[in-house]
Ligand binder design. Structure first.
Ligand SMILES: [Zn+2]
Ligand SMILES: [Zn+2]
Length: 366
């Protein structure tokens, strides 16, 4: 199969013909139909995460089940699926504690660059390539754990399903599971990218009265307003914090969703949240980065700082809810889709993402 391979950090991906092994027990071979180009792929390719090479990136994807390994009961050949980049085992400590996105079994597999048994199905047996988050969708085919396959209705386009595989579920869940936004709330969203747009849309659906989108790029204003923001504040403005306070009864936001991964933006998110409000950190910072908050103010502020990965809930459940809202016409995911490209154009799409593209580029395989 054709795959885009990362052999050195900060270099273009190479389109190569590589081998893919049969699915083993409780694994599924999926023909990739669409995959988004996400900021996490970019961070990995730029060497900002702790990944081992060579690897096949791509983690926001949808496809059709081609073949199933022994013991697979959730899906069958021909099923249309979203791929989850945080499949879970169902029996480890965190799965039992109802935190499936923290699954220990998945964590070990993802760190190893393999699947559940920490071995790879990609490339020749003597020189295997690493899987990326148990997905590796910058390729025509993928072998994934059974619990990474979530069946979807026939009327959901593959490009939409791919987006739901990462950005939509991450932003939506940060609002509904972790910020627990209520009708009438005043919400701030820092960073208007793939995840931020979905945090904005989810806050709108939750009934937030003020949704203040914040970005350093003034070109993001329009896209923020289109997806439901009521106001836009330029993070580069000297009085940015004051502007947000003015929009939220002079107190600060009830809940703030940080989606950039930049430490300065995390400090901003903390500063603009009101006392006893909730700061949700979604953005993935580079390895080793820290963010500063004024320690003396924390006890008296009673602020909650919450980390949120993949929406922080139960991804299978949340993906079902998101697709229900989409099919009811209440969540416009079609409008989030930008250019459709081929796998051979992936490097150009990564450069566009870095420059601040306004809609998600989708690699389509049909
Ligand atoms: Zn992603
Ligand atoms: Zn688990």
């Amino acid at each position: 199969m054709k795959a885009a391979v990362l052999r050195a950090f900060d270099r273009p991906l190479a389109i190569e013909d590589i081998a893919i092994a049969d699915p083993r027990d409780r694994e599924v071979l999926v023909r990739i139909m669409a995959t988004g180009v996400c900021a996490s792929d970019l961070s990995t390719i730029r060497g900002k995460t702790a990944s081992e090479l060579p690897l096949v990136p791509g983690h926001e994807a949808s496809g059709i089940v081609e073949r199933v390994g022994a013991g697979v009961s959730r899906v069958k050949r021909g099923d249309r699926v979203v791929l989850s980049w945080a499949p879970n085992c169902g029996h480890c400590f965190y799965c039992q504690e109802s935190h499936p996105t923290l699954c220990d079994t998945y964590g070990g597999a993802a760190m190893s660059g393999g699947l559940w048994d920490r071995t790879s199905r990609l490339g020749p047996a003597e020189a295997p390539l690493k899987h990326y988050s148990c997905v590796s969708s910058f390729a025509e085919l993928a072998v994934v754990p059974e619990t990474g396959c979530i069946p979807i209705p026939d009327d959901v386009p593959f490009a939409v399903a791919a987006l739901v595989g990462c950005a939509v579920t991450t932003g939506f869940g940060a609002v509904t599971n972790d910020a627990t936004v209520r009708p009438g709330d005043r919400v701030a969203v820092v960073g208007v990218g793939g995840v931020g747009i979905n945090a904005i849309a989810a806050a709108r659906l939750a009934g937030a009265e003020v949704i203040c989108a914040i970005d350093v790029n003034p070109a993001k204003r329009e896209v923020a307003l289109v997806h439901g923001a009521t106001h836009f504040v330029n993070a580069a403005d000297a009085d940015c914090r004051e502007q947000v306070r003015q929009l939220s009864h002079g107190r600060g936001a009830d809940g703030t969703i940080e989606c950039t991964g930049r430490p300065a933006a995390m400090t901003l998110a903390y500063d603009i949240t009101r006392p006893a409000g909730t700061v949700v950190i979604v953005g993935i910072a580079p390895v080793g980065a820290q963010f500063a908050i004024p320690a003396i103010g924390l006890p008296g502020s009673k602020k909650h700082i919450v980390g949120s990965i993949y929406g922080g809930g139960v991804p299978e459940r949340d993906i079902g809810r998101i697709l229900s809202l989409y099919r009811q016409g209440r969540l416009d995911l079609d409008r989030q889709i930008g250019r459709r490209i081929t796998l051979a154009e992936v490097n150009e799409a990564l450069r566009e993402l870095e420059a601040g593209v306004l809609a998600r580029t989708i690699i389509a395989f049909d």
